[in-house]
Structure formats: C-alpha cells, structure tokens
Design a protein around this ligand. Structure first.
Ligand code: 13P
Ligand code: SF4
Length: 379
C-alpha cells in the first residue's frame, strides 16, 4: 500500500464487508508488516477469536490501561474493544508530558467501529451525575464524599472524579480503590455499575441498608428519602450491564444439581444474588487465570461474556467448562468489531487517511488523567 500524496484516498467500508475473513486477515497482516512497531493493536478478552488473533496484546480493562500508559514505541493504537477503553488509551498515551517528550506528536487511537459503545457506560451521563452531585451537596454535603467511577464510563465522568478528589476503578481493583476512598472520606458515590459497587462494598462488610441506589430518572432525590441519604456509606448509581444481568440464581442451582462438584465463576458485574452464590469471582483477567491454574478435570460454569467462555472452553479441553446461562448473552457492542472494520481502519491508517480516531479534548483528558493515575498508583 502506498502512502504517496496522490494515493491518499479514503477507503470506504462497504467493499470490505463483501470480503471473506481469509482475505481480510491477509490484508491486515500486510498492513501490520508495513507499519511495524509504529502500530500497536490492543484487544479486550471479549473480542471475537478472529479479531483477537491480530492483537499484539490483550487484557482486561486494567491491563489494557497499563499497556496504553506504557505504549512509548508505537505511534498508532488500534483498540479492539469499546469506546470508553479507546478514550482511556488516548488519555494515557497522550498526557502533556508524553506529548512534550515526542515533540507534540500524538499517538492516534483508533476504534474500528465507532458504534462499539458500552450500554452500562451510557447509563450515567455527565449532566445527570452533576445534577445528582448538586442535590447531594444541598442535602447531605459532598465534602465527606469521594466519587468513584468504574472505568466503564465516559471520559467526562472520569474528569468529574479527577476534579472532585475522586478516582477510577476496574473490576480487578474495586476493593483497593474503595479502601483508598474510605481512607479519605466517610462516604463514596459509586457509578455507573450498582452491582460492582454493591458486591465490592458488601464484601468489605458494609451493610446493604447503607447503600441506597440513586435513580437518575426520579427527580425526588433519586428515589431516596433524606434519611436514607444521610445514613448512606456508599451511594450507588442505578446502572448495570445488560449482559451480566442475564445470569440468575436459578442457573446456578440447576448447574449444581446436574453437575455435582461444579464451581461457579462469575464477573462482579453480576447481580448480588449471583455474586453471593458464586465460588470465585473476578475480572476477565482473573477468570482466565483461575481456569489456567485449575487442575485438569475441574468443572466450571462461568458467568461472563460468551466469546470469552467459548475461548476458554476450546483452549482447556482438559476441563469441563459451561456457560452459566441457557440463553446466549454476548456483548453486542464488543461484537461490532470484526475483521472488515479492523482492516478498513488499518488500511486507512497506513494510507494516512485515518478514520474513527478517538480523541478526548484537552481539558477533559487532563482531569480524567488525574483520576486514572490515582488508580494506577494503587495497583
Ligand atoms: P474487565 O475489566 O474485567 O475486563 O471487564 C470489562 C467489562 O466490560 C466487563 O463487562
Ligand atoms: Fe459494557 Fe457489559 Fe459490554 Fe462490558 S459486557 S462492555 S459492561 S455492555
């Protein structure tokens, strides 16, 4: 592929959709070879196998943030994941200090399909969170409250946390982050995932009646009484993951009846009942480690996204692995990233006609970085 000025023509997506996966894979490999170490392809564990096969590095949200922060060699990152992950990579790869070291050159972060969002992240928008914060300031005060946002949130919410002494967490460090927050203030405001917040805080011994839920659609104090808010230790935003809410206690009971000795392994985005019944829980990275280190012949029912569970099943035939639901629950937005989109965005990158660049504005990035950096320092 030439990058000469006369050939700097933006490629359209449509023709890529008619190519088969072998042809697309070959073209992706050609771009890789041409761009060498200037290009870094990152992939989340929920990606389809054929996409992940092209990733230089894969990980859970925490690991992918670390990789983006360490990405000094590359000049472009193609992020096979969802929008908030690409935003976080942009924030970490392009801090003012790093830009200065590179003489102002930005690392371009590409999301192969801009429609690959996260429905949970969309459940908390900055206007509603700011409105809630103002209400809280009036009713109980916010001086003794640390805002904590799950990394599955927009950059503007991370910036909100940065400005208000708060922090970001992932599913792999939520407990350590809450401990950090409680060393500073008596209360935590946790968004957008009520389940990760509740499961983590309850495991730390915080009683349920000190964790009211804020419903952003209820104009009367988010559906709470003043007394409930005054007595709160962790205020939870009413958000959830539509994939993980599909797993139920009935599924666990059925597996335990039909497969004696089976272990239940779930992501902490599952609801409280499922989380409480599980034998082991953790981030996607921890789920993989658990299976990798389990003895042959172990039996598992896993409650997380389908593509990851199927991959574990294929890679570990020495173990008996089941998907913890009779219904197919996959992350439809992660699934949007396919070889056609990856090939299309990479060829445009190589031709110097980039498409789908994710760039967080400077002011938002500055404050969001404060909150992400606090997390990275903890672990
Ligand atoms: P992990 O950080 O565990 O990979 O989770 C990301 C996610 O979106 C889970 O739904
Ligand atoms: Fe968001 Fe759920 Fe998909 Fe994870 S699985 S990216 S939380 S919608």
């Amino acid at each position: 592929m030439s990058t000469s000025a006369t050939e700097q023509v933006r490629h359209d997506l449509a023709p890529y959709k008619s190519l088969d996966n072998d042809a697309l894979a070959e073209r992706i490999d050609a771009v890789r070879a041409e761009m060498g170490p200037r290009l870094l392809i990152l992939g989340h564990h929920y990606q389809q196998d054929e996409v992940l096969a092209h990733a230089d590095l894969s990980g859970d949200s925490y690991r992918l943030s670390q990789l983006a922060a360490e990405s000094d060699q590359c000049r472009q990152i193609a992020f096979c994941g969802v929008h908030f992950m690409a935003e976080t990579a942009d924030i970490l790869a392009n801090t003012p200090e790093k830009l200065q070291q590179r003489g102002g050159e930005r690392i371009k972060v590409i999301l192969p399909d801009m429609a690959a969002g996260c429905s949970m992240a969309d459940m908390a928008d900055i206007d509603s969170v700011e409105a809630c914060w103002e209400d809280l300031a009036e009713v109980i005060g916010t001086d003794d409250m640390t805002p904590v946002t799950y990394i599955n949130s927009t950059a503007s919410l991370k910036a909100f946390c940065g400005r208000h002494g708060g922090i970001v967490c992932t599913s792999s460090n939520a407990r350590a982050v809450l401990e950090w927050a409680f060393e500073r203030t008596g209360r935590v405001f946790f968004f957008p995932d009520q389940h990760l917040g509740r499961n983590t805080a309850e495991a730390m011994g915080i009683p349920l009646d000190q964790m009211p839920v804020w419903n952003p659609f209820d104009e009367e104090l988010g559906g709470n009484t003043e007394q409930q808010l005054t007595g709160s230790k962790v205020l939870l935003w009413q958000g959830h993951c539509s994939v993980h809410q599909m797993f139920t206690p009935a599924h666990i009971e059925l597996f335990r009846q039909q497969h004696p000795g089976i272990k239940i392994l779930v992501h902490p985005e599952c609801n409280r009942e499922v989380f409480q019944m599980a034998d082991v829980y953790g981030s996607t990275g921890k789920i993989i480690e658990t299976i990798e280190s389990a003895p042959a012949g172990s039996k598992w029912a896993i409650g997380t996204e389908l593509h990851l569970v199927n991959r574990l099943k294929n890679e570990h035939p020495e173990q008996e692995i089941h998907f913890l639901s009779p219904v197919v629950c996959m992350c439809a937005t992660m699934y949007r990233i396919d070889l056609a989109h990856l090939c299309w965005t990479l060829e445009n990158l190589a031709a110097d006609t980039p498409v789908n660049v994710v760039e967080v504005d400077q002011e938002t990035a500055r404050w969001a970085h404060v909150a992400v950096e606090r997390m990275l320092k903890i672990r």
